[in-house]
Design a protein around this ligand. Sequence first.
Ligand code: FAD
Ligand code: SF4
Length: 471
Amino acid sequence: MSQNVFQFIDVQRVDPPKKPLKIRKIEFVEIYESFNQNQVQMQGDRCLECGNPYCEWKCPVHNYIPDWLKLAKNGRILEAVELSHQTNSLPEVCGRVCPQDRLCEGACTLNDRFGAVTIGNIEKYITDKAFEMGWKPDLSKVVKSGKRVAIVGAGPAGLACADVLVRNGVTPVVFDRYQEIGGLLTFGIPSFKLEKEVMQRRRQIFTEMGVEFRLGVEVGKDIQFSDLLTEFDALFLGVGTYKYMKGGFENESAPGVYDALPYLIANANRLLGLEKSERDYIDFAGKQVVVLGGGDTAMDCVRTAIRQGATRVICAYRRDAENMPGSRREVQNAREEGVEFMFNLQPVGVELDAQGRACGIKVVSTALGAPDANGRRSPVVVEGSDQVLAADAVVMAFGFQPSPSPWMEQHGIALDDRGRIQAPEQSEYAFQTSNPKVFAGGDAVRGSDLVVTAIYEGRKAAEGILDYLEV
Ligand code: FAD
Ligand code: SF4
């Protein structure tokens, strides 16, 4: 099919339509409809096929974007899906949750004047369509090496590592304390961004590829790390970051004040039918909710509260809209769904009712001071600006810090001063820790970041392991 080089002028960038608000506000389903082949052709044809594609460089896994766009627009889905899996272990996930405006699409040559090519949605389409057509990775020519690697953590880092290992004849055995694979893809990111079936389908595909999962097993509790060191040829740690950052204000441990992740996990457990007791579910139906924070986790909490039937949901953030770290797309989605945003407010304490439960959050106004070393302007308190926002529930979404386990240092795995596992990419074996048999990647190494960077590190660490095992 010949290319219309001026397609980007004739055809505007179009995103897939969103589901109607009345559905979005009550259902935990992905809000975007899928593209169809005709839309993929129209949108894919807008790609200029730049000689030096900036999108590829900005994509952390360096996807061959213009090449699979071209295959996809010509309907060559099976070739496109094979190509996209050469660089990415979970392309359908990245297509859904990557902050494309900061990554591939932000770097697209058309971005500034004409609107970037809709890369993420086409990436998602390719894999979803290929699965629909019955495609599965073909490992029939892989020769087994007899080597076995234990992977701790079934998040994107661990899964990406397993994907590369199994395609190279090494058997990965993945341990996770949860009953489902995906890590934060399943238990953090809500279904309105990534439906649970996406990872359940991947679990089946990985299992058929020869990845062994041992789920509901916590390393250090249900099985000792020393046993894994003895049993396996090498290990990979993709354990994430799970220490919740606190606000350090008065009454933040009172009933009615919640950390963001346990709230989201409880909701995911209900949707997955994994709830152990009804008391574990955190229900904001009929409540006034204030979420503190301005990142993607805060956006996920406010939008979950809306779907649970909260009467009023406020997102209070200490900087202004411009300085919010959350994806612009998700902030816009939250606004459309009825979330109120209040900026330049810093929490100073939780107000309690006669029973000692949270009934409000006291805040002070802030103004932005001089930029810090990273160029972000720090908030400065405005004297005498106290006010109380009424709230039956307060959610703290301040981010995460590394949460290393005691068994790491006991087995010679060095941490940096922030508790991150030290595993440099640029070393003889990529992402090897100070214990030569142990490799690591993802949030546990870089601090909490993105799905696609965790996938990159898991894949690169697998290459390091293959070199180390001389496979
Ligand atoms: P995780 O995904 O955290 O996986 C670690 C796994 O290790 C978990 O399953 C855990 O159970 C397991 N584990 C830990 N210790 C043990 C042990 N001792 N034994 C057994 N298992 C263990 N990124 C994006 O790109 N886009 C988004 O939209 C986005 N939204 C987010 C929303 C929320 C609410 C959160 C919290 C994060 C979000 N992120 C997003 C960030 C992204 O999810 C993470 O960067 C990514 O999941 C990190 O992958 P990982 O594999 O390193 O760790
Ligand atoms: Fe863009 Fe993420 Fe896909 Fe890379 S992996 S092309 S950054 S959506």
